[in-house]
Design a protein around this ligand. Sequence first.
Ligand code: GLU
Length: 274
Amino acid sequence: MKLSKVVAASAAVLALTATATACGSDNEDAGGGKIKVGIKYDQPGLGLKQPDGSFAGFDVDVATYVAKELGYKPSQIDFVETKSADRENALARGDVKFIAATYSITDERKAKVDFAGPYLLAHQDLLIKADSKIAKGDDLNGKKLCSVTGSTSAQNVQKTIAPKANLKQYSGYSECIAALQSGAVDAVTTDNSILAGFAAQDKYKDQFKLAGLKLSNENYGIGIKKGDSALEKKINAALTKMVSDDAWQTAISDNLGPAYYTGEPAPKIGEIVT
Ligand code: GLU
């Protein structure tokens, strides 16, 4: 009698364990382990490491949603900083499983990495002092401009927007903002989504404004290692779900609403705006 109770109890434990394992293996990627995800650390509203060590922003919410669909709880995500110039290498080396870091899909990058998405359409713009005026990209020729190494923003300036601008390149946009504040440069150029996030910071209140120029189309993708088409499919399914169940809109409103960012509607997954 006693023995059969024990047997029954262990059978129940075994059954529970089996169920738990089945749930966990719902997604073979998870398995109780961690997932490394690349984000930016210094872009308010998009990817920001906060003073308490936590992370916030639209890219963080997108990454968290995608990770959940891949079978990972928020506590299983390790966010890693991937600066603009480091992203392709971080994926190639396997430092991170995927990157959600204002990462525009371009043909040049597609030679080295693959992308799921796009999940946001932004446009290159300028951040200038509240009392200054720049009406068009061409006005930047001869001006002191700041952008980031390895970004499409810096490349576009040099190739098309203002090849004669005096372009300073730093490793992150926060350094450019400091240069704008001190008067070392006349403007900072990158995506309007990023610039709006900085402009809305309390510490910069009423100091800066966006010029409002749509100098390019920036289709944000989730970067993954080249050739991982199974992961690309899963992430595209996650992004499609995020848009359709309103989590996408909520993430936009929560993170970029305070920056008065009047962004574009959610892009169609798989459709690049050129
Ligand atoms: N979206 C652009 C890019 O991927 C500029 C922002 C960034 O540097 O992350 O290059």
